[in-house]
Write a protein that binds this ligand. Sequence first.
Ligand SMILES: CC(C)(COP(=O)(O)OP(=O)(O)OC[C@H]1O[C@@H](n2cnc3c(N)ncnc32)[C@H](O)[C@@H]1OP(=O)(O)O)[C@@H](O)C(=O)NCCC(=O)NCCS
Length: 190
Amino acid sequence: MSSEIEFKSPFIGKKVKLRAVEMDDLDDIMEHWNTYEMRIGLGKYIPESRQQREEWIKRVDKEMQKGEAYNLVILEKETGKFLGIVALKRVNYVSRTAFMSVAIYNPENQGKGYGTDAVECIMKIGFDVLNLHRLELHVYDFLVSGRHIYKKLGFKETGVRRKASFVAGKYVDDLVMDILVEEYRELNPI
Ligand SMILES: CC(C)(COP(=O)(O)OP(=O)(O)OC[C@H]1O[C@@H](n2cnc3c(N)ncnc32)[C@H](O)[C@@H]1OP(=O)(O)O)[C@@H](O)C(=O)NCCC(=O)NCCS
C-alpha cells in the first residue's frame, strides 16, 4: 500500500498565491473598492469609508481565528501585486458547507485568468484542507464571466432567486450555484 501524499500547496496556483488579509492591505483594497462596478458586482450598493474597511479587516481576522470564515488576499504569483479577495464564508462544520465569493478589484486585472485560478485554489482549500462537502455561491445572472468560470470549474446552476436583487434601477435574478465534493473529486482526482 502506498502512503505517498502529494504536498502541493493549495495557497499557490498557476498565476496567483493566497495569504491572510493584513491591515497593510488597506490602501490596495480602497483603491478600487468604491467603484460603481465593484459596488454592483458585490451587492454592496453604497460606497464605504476607509474606517469601515479597517473594521472589516479586524472582523475577518477574528472570523479566521474562530474558523467561521476564511477571507484570503489574492496576489499575483510572480510579483506579489495585490489583485483581490477570495473567500469561504459561513463555514458550517456540521453540514460541512460554505459559501464562496471572489473579486478581482482592478478592472485592468480582470480577464487575465486570475479569478479562475483563485477560485481553483479556494475550492482546493474547501475540499482538500477543510474537508467540506458542498460549496455554494450566488451570482447575478448578468455576470457572465463569473458564471462562466464557476461552471468551468464544476459548479452547477441549481436554483434561481427570481428578481431577488435591485441593481442599477431594475430587479435581477440571483443564480444559486453549488458543487458537491464527489463532483469535485471526479474533476480533480487525488
Ligand atoms: C467575476 C470575476 C471574479 C472573474 O475574474 P477574472 O479574473 O476577470 O476571470 P478570468 O480571467 O479568470 O476568466 C474570465 C472568463 O470569463 C470568460 N468571459 C468573459 N466575458 C464573457 C462573456 N461575455 N461571456 C462568456 N464568457 C465570458 C472569459 O473568456 C474567461 O473564460 P476562459 O478562461 O474560459 O476563456 C471578476 O471579473 C470580478 O472580480 N468582477 C468584479 C466583482 C464580481 O463581480 N465578483 C463576482 C461576484 S459573483
